[in-house]
Design a protein around this ligand. Structure first.
Ligand code: NAP
Length: 342
């Protein structure tokens, strides 16, 4: 079968590899779609640890084609989404219920072969059923949505809350939708692209602001701004120093800041501890998807989260290497690799 293999840092190629067979408790899944995430580009550049040689792709969905010995909950022909993050269940963090902080965490598409291939092996416990009549490409959004759900859970958004979302990529645009579903009445998305701002408004943002148009904190939280007291919750979804530094100043006194965006390891930014202390800002990091994948699958299956407008292009495996080794195209939200396209 064809697979996009990371051979070593900076070496990615489309190769013919042996079609895998499911072991005990595993499913062989024919991949219908797999999203290209910024992490895949970081893995290629060696900016995120992985275990090459390995097939990349951790945002996959597909059809069960073969079940391994001992599998009880699945049968051939079922559409599934895979939670790529496999925790050990035995380390102190797993035993505390913090499976995303597992010290032995391994991920499909990072440490073991992933979804930029015609087939992928998925342990039964990592698979969640999707409806037969779902658009096959939509299941590829379960993984990013599951990460956003964790962030929104940590933010503790209440009915009537105000929320500022920084960054209008796929994560920001999913968080906007989740914040509205959680009952926020004011959801302001800050991003530079006018197209993304229009899209955010069509997906439920009550207002948007251009990040490149002057001092965003002054504009949003001045006496004549949209939220003069600041927001109950600020969710950082850009992963750049500017927005990490802005986030606390956009929160109200006693407000919450959740950092979803990933900055490169070792890079430092400036935050004012006095401000965090004096205004009792809760600053929380949100890492991947502990126990949220099933809910993400339910949300995608229900159609309540709109993902079709987030698909910028569909490409075959033949184009995947070029797409992963180059930056996302201007304005691109999500490119999906669809092995069926060739
Ligand atoms: P993305 O497509 O790069 O989106 C980030 C967006 O931020 C960009 O599209 C850009 O849009 C906007 N941006 C850049 N600079 C900005 C600024 N100064 N002010 C406001 N907006 C700015 O990435 P993504 O896929 O949505 O992911 C977002 C972040 O979440 C990434 O860092 C990713 O690694 C991280 N992530 C974290 C988790 C987790 O578990 N915590 C899971 C998945 C992804 P404009 O051009 O419109 O400004």
């Amino acid at each position: 079968m064809k697979a996009v293999r990371l051979e070593a840092t900076g070496q990615l190629s489309l190769r013919n590899v042996e079609k895998p067979a499911p072991g005990s408790g595993e499913l062989l899944v024919r991949v219908e779609a797999c999203g290209i995430c910024g992490t895949d580009r970081h893995l290629f550049h060696g900016e995120f640890p992985s275990k090459p040689p390995v097939t990349l792709g951790h945002e996959f969905t597909g059809i069960v084609e073969q079940i391994g010995p001992g599998v009880t909950g699945f049968r051939n022909g079922m559409r599934i989404t895979g939670d790529p993050n496999i925790s050990c269940g035995q380390c102190p963090e797993c035993q505390r219920g913090r499976v995303n902080l597992c010290t032995n965490l391994r991920a499909i598409g990072i440490h073991r072969d992933g979804g930029f291939a015609e087939h992928v092996i998925v342990p039964e416990k990592q698979a969640f059923v999707l409806p037969d009549d779902l658009d096959p490409l939509h299941g590829a959004f379960c993984e990013p949505l599951a990460c956003c759900l964790h962030g929104v859970d940590l933010a503790d958004i209440r009915t009537g809350s105000s929320v500022i979302v920084l960054g209008g990529g796929v994560i920001g645009l999913l968080v906007v939708q989740l914040a509205r579903l959680a009952g926020a009445t004011k959801v302001v998305l800050v991003t530079r692209s006018a197209e993304k701002r229009r899209l955010a408004e069509s997906l439920g943002a009550t207002a948007t602001a251009d990040a490149s148009d002057g001092d965003i904190t002054d504009r949003l939280t001045s006496p004549h701004g949209l939220l003069p007291d600041g927001a109950d919750v600020v969710i950082e979804c850009a992963g750049v120093a500017e927005t990490i530094e802005q986030a606390p100043s956009l929160a109200r006194r006693g407000g919450t800041v959740v950092i979803l965006g990933v900055m490169p390891q070792g890079v430092k930014t400036t935050i004012e501890p006095f401000d965090l202390l004096f205004r009792e800002i809760r600053l929380i990091g949100s890492f991947i998807n502990p126990f949220t994948h099933r809910r993400a699958a339910e949300l995608i299956a229900s159609g309540i989260i709109k993902v079709e407008p987030l698909i910028s292009r569909r490409i075959g495996l033949g184009e995947a290497v070029e797409a992963i080794t180059n930056p996302a195209r201007p304005g691109e939200i999500r490119a999906l690799v669809v092995p069926g396209l060739g």
